[in-house]
Design a protein around this ligand. Structure first.
Ligand code: 6R9
Length: 654
């Protein structure tokens, strides 16, 4: 079927899959209705899916009221997330593989870490952290590649009640320093060097550079990955592999309140610098484990693979916390989809007999372009469910995923959610819903989505409507605050539309009542599934001595979904040149990281501004998209001739 005809088509699950699924169509309807009509009763029951040290009596105590946003779930219960992810499985599945680790190079052997082994490793890691002086409530920054120690470090923090903040290993020293300082971390955990796609990143030297800009008291714990030589500062740097030899095999899990923070994760927004999203203990683990089980129809014995990096929320919830809380076998992959060649994902699926495979549209588009033979030479018969996340999936990529990867047998769960939401918010459930290519379909249990009129903020009722997406009431894994700045939390998510959580995405509810996410409606762009605030790239650019002003917008990009388009106004004494463009690209990579690398730079002698000095990005977006016919009203511009100049000179973009 061609992608054009496919959009209007629905894809029901096979009757075998539907009959055997955890959630059938009838059960979805019944459970969803009760989750909305009686959230207290619903979550009182489902809150039992994790083990509590002291059971909760209060379920939900939440308010989205202006000036008083306050979110608490299970607030008088106590528990430990690491005990829920490990200890409680030991009696029944101590010998079962918890983590399969697949290294960057296919020539290096994979590791199978059992639950019993995971327990030992995490306890020892926790004891090492305690040895370094880390206590309950302290912050620990994790700057590690995709190695099992990243999962051990997360769970070790959870075990002793320390709050982890993972920084993606692709981020620059500056970005790392900002995050260490942002949460006042006591320790940063890193590795010597990190192989990825056959190349190595010098993580420890990045950490060294970052630590020049932090307090002197921050300690650096170094995990050996490659054995490459690194510089060493005695008293500041600590050798994990040496310390762990001395560490005890047992560490008692700390009793944590349901509302104690579990982790901070920095994410980009439309204004200012990235903010520290705070997730807490009880609601997060209940929701992460429940969505993992139902969205992927996870059953005992299945091999689950989420290809994300633990540096993103997807890795937190669906490589580590959700699967392990369910006693699952979760696969962790150090490498990239195209190394050594475009067959790698599928070879890993074949090698480890993966049942559920969860990836991002950008990876699918890149692999689709390489040709079907890379997929077809692998035995993918173990696959049962496919998932996607990170950005809207285009019908071409959906169709390819469905036909070529899934052989038409595997339902695709298109999961819409965010760092802030902790877990899936909208997705088809594989046994319950016929999917539509590109639709996030249905709200998960307890999620009450509404479509709002962007101007009036009124709810748009009925079907076949479009507007901005908001959520009417709290769900257990909702972020609780911005680290150190509750006011910013309220302002970002609850100020535009009173009494709703505003997600920043647009959406459509089709004639059948199913949801389609149409993309961000704010100044956030989505580059290869990574969120990027245009303001962040702009502030990096203007920090360069040659740059007077910069405006950044997204534009359609075949593989990345969106590319980064920068309009740059130079200082008077600067001459535009290709060398300068190159320098600016390197500059942004150093300031933020390679994922923020500008795709196109256009010299702009002036930027279109209103009389009050606001840059009119709408116009810049249109020019970037080559859509000059419909620039809309330009009469409010201080100097409309700026626009003609930008159009005339667009060919100097590169
Ligand atoms: C989990 C994650 C969140 C933003 C979100 C939206 C976009 C994510 C999507 C999707 C359409 C999907 N997004 N999943 N858009 N369909 N299935 O990606 O978190 O990095 O915080 O990004 O990503 O725009 O608002 P995060």
């Amino acid at each position: 079927m061609s992608p054009d005809t496919v959009v209007n088509h629905t894809f029901p699950p096979s009757s075998e899959l539907a009959e055997n699924a955890h959630i059938t169509a009838a059960r979805y309807d019944e459970m969803y209705a009760s989750s909305i009509s009686d959230p207290d009763g619903f979550w009182r029951e489902h809150g039992q899916r994790v083990d509590w040290i002291k059971p909760f009596t209060t379920v939900k105590n939440t308010s989205f009221a202006p000036g008083n946003v306050d979110i608490k779930w299970f607030e008088d219960g106590t528990l430990n997330v690491s005990a829920n992810c490990i200890d409680r499985h030991l009696a029944e599945r101590g010998g079962q593989t918890a983590i399969i680790w697949e290294p960057d190079s296919p020539d290096e052997p994979a590791q199978h870490i059992t639950y019993a082994e995971l327990h030992r490793r995490v306890c020892r890691f926790a004891n090492v952290l305690e040895e370094l002086g880390v206590r309950k409530g302290d912050r620990v920054v994790i700057y590690l590649p995709m190695i099992p120690e990243a999962a051990y470090a997360m769970l070790a923090c959870a075990r002793i009640g320390a709050i982890h903040s993972i920084v993606f290993a692709g981020f620059s020293p500056d970005a790392l320093a900002a995050r260490i300082n942002g949460c006042d971390a006591k320790v940063v955990i890193t590795a010597d060097t990190a192989p990825r796609g056959g190349r190595k990143t010098a993580l420890k030297s990045n950490a060294d550079a970052a630590l020049l800009h932090t307090k002197d008291t921050v300690k650096c714990l170094v995990v050996k990955r490659t054995g490459d030589q690194t510089t060493w500062i005695n008293g500041r740097d600590f050798d994990y592999n040496e310390m762990v030899l001395e560490a005890d095999d047992y560490c008692k899990p700390a009793e944590m309140n349901a509302e104690d923070p579990l982790f901070i994760l920095y994410t980009s927004g439309s204004t200012g610098q990235p903010k520290g999203v705070v997730h807490t203990t009880g609601g997060y683990i209940v929701y992460a484990s429940m969505t993992h089980e139902y969205t992927f129809d996870y059953k005992d014995g299945d091999i689950f693979w989420c290809t994300a990096d633990v540096g993103w929320v997807t890795g937190h919830s669906y490589i580590v916390y959700g699967p392990l809380a369910n006693g699952a076998t979760t696969l962790m992959f150090e490498g990239v989809p195209t190394y050594p060649d475009a067959s790698r994902f599928w070879q890993v699926c074949e090698k480890h007999k993966v049942n559920q495979f969860y990836t991002a549209p950008t990876a699918l588009r890149a692999l689709m372009g390489q040709g079907n033979e890379y997929v077809e030479k692998c035995d993918l018969s173990s696959l049962r469910i496919l998932g996607t996340v990170g950005e809207p999936i285009n019908p071409e990529a959906w169709t390819w995923y469905n036909d070529v990867v899934g052989g038409g047998r595997c339902p695709i769960v298109d999961t819409w959610w965010q760092t802030e939401t902790g877990g899936h918010m909208m997705t088809p459930l594989p046994g319950a819903h016929a999917t539509k290519p590109g639709a996030a379909m249905k709200p998960f249990f307890g999620v009450h989505p509404v479509v709002l009129d962007p101007q009036s903020g009124e709810e748009i009722t009925g079907n076949d409507v479009e507007g901005v997406l908001a959520i009417k009431d709290s769900w257990p894994s909702q972020m609780r605050t911005v680290w150190g700045d509750h006011e910013r939390f309220e302002k970002t998510y609850f100020a535009d539309y009173k009494n709703y959580y505003f997600a920043g995405d647009g959406c459509r509810r089709d004639a059948d009542g199913d949801y389609w996410i149409t993309g961000r409606v704010d100044d956030v762009i989505n580059v290869s599934g990574h969120r990027m605030g245009t303001a962040e790239v702009e502030s990096a650019l203007v920090a360069h001595a040659a740059v007077a002003e910069a405006a950044v917008v997204g534009y359609p990009h075949d593989i990345k979904g969106q590319g980064i388009y920068c309009y740059v106004t130079l200082m008077n004494d600067q001459e535009p040149s290709d060398e300068l463009k190159k320098e600016l690209r390197t500059w942004v990579r150093t300031e933020i990281g390679p994922i923020a690398s500008p795709d196109l730079i256009q010299w702009a002698p002036g930027l279109p501004k209103t009389r009050s000095g606001k840059i009119m990005r709408r116009i810049l977006r249109k020019i970037a998209e080559n859509d000059y016919g419909s620039l809309g009203d330009t009469s409010t511009l201080a100097d409309p001739s700026v626009v003609d100049d930008l159009i005339d000179n667009r060919m100097n973009r590169s």
